[in-house]
Design a protein around this ligand. Structure first.
Ligand SMILES: [Cu+2]
Length: 288
């Protein structure tokens, strides 16, 4: 069994994962006859949407609204590299998680008071919506949404022309879709799961660096349809008590750090920092 990671996309030191599966009573001395899947490693992209048609067809509902989100980066005043969506790098507040706040008060005024660095995109009561992410840089990002499978209507380099690639009655559905360097993805969500859903780059140190947004879906239905389990609420209470007597050094967006004293989790240390430096060199090379 082979799993070859794209060298172009991943900067991997060892891209080829190999495994052997043994079936009972199989001939263990015969040579395998299967051939490697041909890989197009000239672009950092998923297979074409026209060739990844779901076996179980689902037609997306008509969409009520479309938003464009611009993805870029910045170096902040302390010299740290951050990713931005519409100019805002995500940063959470460990003591103020969004969902419990909405369960208590889902008014427009409450939502409007959320700090901009929480990157909350409120889709209101829309039954379905389209998010177009426009990549301003020459670095690819595997974009991932929680709570849904996204319909991927279109992807590529440049900007979206408004057309669906593949079948309009059965577009590709994915858990993660690669946003190409200087490219775009147009994804549609059916608003059938009220809540606050993370939409982020799946590279851990990119989400650590703020490449994250909250998709707020049907806030009017959250108090009646979303029930936070009591053990989860208890964790918030314990955290508030814990942090009332000490300060927590939040060194990133909050989506990577695993422990208060977990040095290994610091995103800019060691191997991750070297990896980031390579990313920055790539960015600079492609930007000039
Ligand atoms: Cu990324």
């Amino acid at each position: 069994m082979r799993s070859s990671i794209s060298s172009l996309c991943s900067l991997s030191n060892q891209p080829d994962a190999l495994a052997i599966i043994y079936y009972e009573n199989a001939n263990t001395t015969a040579e395998p006859t299967t051939k490697c899947w041909p890989i197009n490693d000239s672009v950092c992209a998923n297979d074409a949407l026209t060739s990844t048609v779901p076996l179980f067809p689902i037609q997306p509902p008509s969409s009520n609204t479309t938003i464009d989100v611009s993805l870029s980066f910045e170096v902040n005043s302390t010299g740290n590299f951050l990713w931005t969506l519409d100019g805002s790098s995500f940063r959470t507040d460990y003591n103020n998680p969004i969902l419990p706040q909405l369960e208590a008060d889902n008014s427009s005024a409450s939502i409007a008071s959320f700090p901009s660095e929480w990157n909350v995109y409120n889709f209101g009561s829309n039954k379905s919506f389209i998010i177009v992410v426009n990549n301003q840089n020459a670095i690819a990002h595997p974009m991932h949404i929680h709570g849904h499978n996204m319909f991927v209507l279109s992807e590529g380099t440049g900007s979206w022309d408004g057309k669906i690639q593949g079948s309009a009655s059965n577009p590709a559905r994915r858990d993660v879709q690669i946003l190409q360097p200087n490219g775009y993805i147009a994804m549609q969500i059916s608003a059938d799961n009220p809540g606050v859903w993370p939409f982020h780059c799946h590279i851990a140190w990119h989400v650590s660096g703020g490449l994250y947004m909250n998709v707020l879906e049907r806030p009017a239905d959250i108090p009646s349809l979303v029930k936070t389990p009591s053990d989860v609420s208890a964790l918030c209470t314990s955290w508030d008590a814990f942090t009332s007597s000490r300060s927590v050094d939040q060194i990133d967006s909050g989506l990577r750090r695993r422990g208060v004293d977990d040095k290994a989790a610091q995103p800019w240390s060691g191997r991750r920092r070297d990896h980031l430096r390579r990313h920055v060199r790539e960015l600079v090379r492609h930007s000039v």
